[in-house]
Write a protein that binds this ligand. Structure first.
Ligand code: ZN
Length: 352
């Protein structure tokens, strides 16, 4: 019922926008003047922060999935659909992270451009963790995932056509790990993608976006170095993570951690709670790995991890910021803040 109402509202809005752009007098501005902020929608809080860093005063950013909220299982409100219909640009992670966005675009045809900010990042494959992978991401990409490269050029050059289509579909539907932001190098790529999209949509402010992005990238490079220095203080055999869902694959690859196991055993939080048997197996893995603590996440109820920690006789560390920023005023209110807070929590809990 609510969905039907929302859909009608969106259709009415799209019709209104079309009428406005057909009206003879003041045409809807394709290239807003610098005093007319570009209307930008970010799918979730982390992307909202990046878009604000690059857009500054020249953009108005609406974030759909707010701080502390789980984007995997999000159910858009009518106000979100209105925001999407009015946006000049919609930034999303892609890689199956925002299935509800696809549903919206399937039912409405809003005029704004969808920009997949993970473009250019070699995605990790979903499914089981393979500890041998990820040591050398560049070789990895070349060695056996030409399918990943096929996503870059739409017309497949040498591969079979059917294969490319299947890979595109995979890229949408969860065959890859969407949690790219946990590697700061990927956040830099995302920032560049945001910069390029804003500059293309609003060339009058391109120099501003360029300068903002350059300053932010410098900050991210410093953050990456800081994270590496922090992790250096943690003995290698202690760099082992147990979390609620499988969100730290890129972090583990980038910063030399092993993901011992996750409670949900899944890249998405949509997975059902683990069975008693699965919990027994995870507890055994925790004991075998000798990790002193397991981590809750800010987007998930901590009770499950608390139970697992109790069962394994290890500490429950403070929740990590995983798929969302923290509330305003918290250490995780920004991307840089959340990464810094996570690394501190990890080093504190595992350093013992
Ligand atoms: Zn997730």
């Amino acid at each position: 019922m609510l969905l039907v109402f929302a859909r009608r509202l969106v259709h009415a809005f799209v019709a209104l926008l079309l009428t406005a752009s057909l009206a003879p007098a003041p045409l809807a501005a394709q290239t807003p003047a610098s005093d007319d902020p570009l209307s930008v929608v970010a799918s979730f809080s982390i992307l909202g922060d990046l878009a604000r860093q690059v857009g500054g005063d020249a953009v108005h950013v609406s974030t759909l999935v707010g701080p502390g909220v789980d984007a995997h299982t999000y159910d858009p409100a009518p106000a979100d659909l209105v925001a999407l219909s009015e946006a000049d640009i919609v930034f999303e992670i892609g890689l199956g992270f925002e299935p509800w966005l696809d549903n919206f675009y399937a039912s409405a045809q809003p005029p704004g451009e969808r920009v997949v900010v993970s473009e250019g990042i070699t995605p990790r494959e979903g499914g089981e963790h393979d500890d041998q992978e990820g040591e050398a991401p560049h070789e990895d990409g070349e060695a056996h995932t030409d399918d990943v490269h096929a996503n870059d050029d739409e017309a497949s050059t040498e591969g079979e056509e059917g294969e490319t289509h299947a890979d595109d579909a995979d890229r949408e539907h969860g065959a890859y790990d969407p949690h790219v932001w946990h590697d700061v190098a990927n956040a830099i790529v995302m920032t560049e993608n945001i910069r390029d999209a804003l500059a293309a949509a609003d060339p009058a402010d391109a120099a501003l976006y360029e300068a903002n992005a350059a300053a932010f990238i410098a900050e991210l490079e410093a953050l990456d170095a800081e994270i590496r220095a922090q992790i250096e203080t943690l003995p290698e055999e202690r760099r082992r993570l147990v979390t609620s869902h499988d969100t730290f694959g890129y972090f583990a690859d980038a910063y030399g951690f092993e993901v011992v196991g996750t409670a949900l055993g899944s890249l998405s939080t949509e997975a059902a709670d683990p069975s008693a048997q699965e919990i027994v197996r995870l507890v055994a893995e925790i004991e075998a790995a000798g990790v002193p603590a397991v981590f809750a996440e800010n987007v998930a109820n901590p009770d499950l991890m608390a139970a697992i920690a109790a069962e394994a006789g290890v500490a429950l560390a403070p929740p990590l910021y995983t798929d969302a920023l923290g509330p305003e005023g918290s250490p995780g209110e920004s991307y840089v803040g959340m990464m810094r807070a996570n690394v501190k929590a990890i080093v504190d809990a595992l350093g013992g």
